[in-house]
Design a protein around this ligand. Structure first.
Ligand SMILES: [Zn+2]
Length: 166
C-alpha cells in the first residue's frame, strides 16, 4: 500500500487515496503531481511518476473530516496513557467517566483511556463516588491535517510540510 496524499486546489489536504486512483486522476487531468519521490511506474508503452502527493485542479468544497470516536482513536488521543494513574500500559481499556448506567454518554468528553487496574478500581462508579481524578479534561481531538494523517508520516516524511498549518 502506497498512500497518496490528495491536496485540494488551494493545497489544503483533502484525503488519502491509493496510487492507482492517483495516477487515474492525473491521466484524466483532474490532478497534477506535487511530489514524486518514488520513482516511476512503467507500462508497456509509457512510464508515469509514482506520486506521493497530488493536487486537484479544481477546488472541492467539503467539510473537514472529524476524528471518529473509536477505541483506537481514544487511545491515540490519550497517548496510550492511563488518564488516572498516568502510566503507559499494554492492556488499556476504555472508561466512561460518568458510567453509562448513570447516563454517561459515548462522547469524546466522557471516554478516557484507563489501565485495567484503574478501571477495575473505579468499577463503574462516577469520579465523585471514587474520589479518582483525571489528569486531563477529555475533549475531542484536533482535526488538524497533521493530527488526522499523523500515522502516515512515518513512511511519508515528504507529507509533513503539506500537512502543517491546516
Ligand atoms: Zn491506571
Amino acid at each position: 500500500m502506497e498512500p497518496v496524499l490528495v491536496l485540494n486546489a488551494n493545497f489544503e489536504p483533502l484525503n488519502v487515496c491509493d496510487i492507482r486512483r492517483a495516477i487515474g486522476l492525473m491521466i484524466l487531468d483532474k490532478a497534477s503531481l506535487v511530489e514524486n519521490g518514488r520513482g516511476e511506474i512503467h507500462t508497456i508503452s509509457q512510464s508515469f511518476p509514482r506520486p506521493s502527493i497530488i493536487r486537484l485542479q479544481r477546488m472541492i468544497h467539503r467539510p473537514r473530516p472529524q476524528v471518529k470516536l473509536t477505541r483506537k482513536e481514544v487511545f491515540r488521543r490519550d497517548q496510550f496513557t492511563c488518564q488516572y494513574c498516568g502510566k503507559q500500559y499494554k492492556n488499556l481499556t476504555i472508561d466512561h467517566v460518568t458510567p453509562r448506567h448513570q447516563g454517561g454518554a459515548q462522547t469524546w468528553e466522557n471516554v478516557v483511556t484507563a489501565c485495567s487496574a484503574c478501571n477495575h478500581k473505579k468499577g463503574g462508579r462516577s469520579l465523585k463516588e471514587t474520589g479518582m481524578r483525571l489528569r486531563r479534561i477529555p475533549k475531542a481531538p484536533s482535526n488538524s491535517a497533521l493530527y488526522l494523517y499523523n500515522h502516515f508520516l512515518f513512511q511519508n516524511q515528504d507529507w509533513e510540510p503539506y500537512l502543517k498549518g491546516w
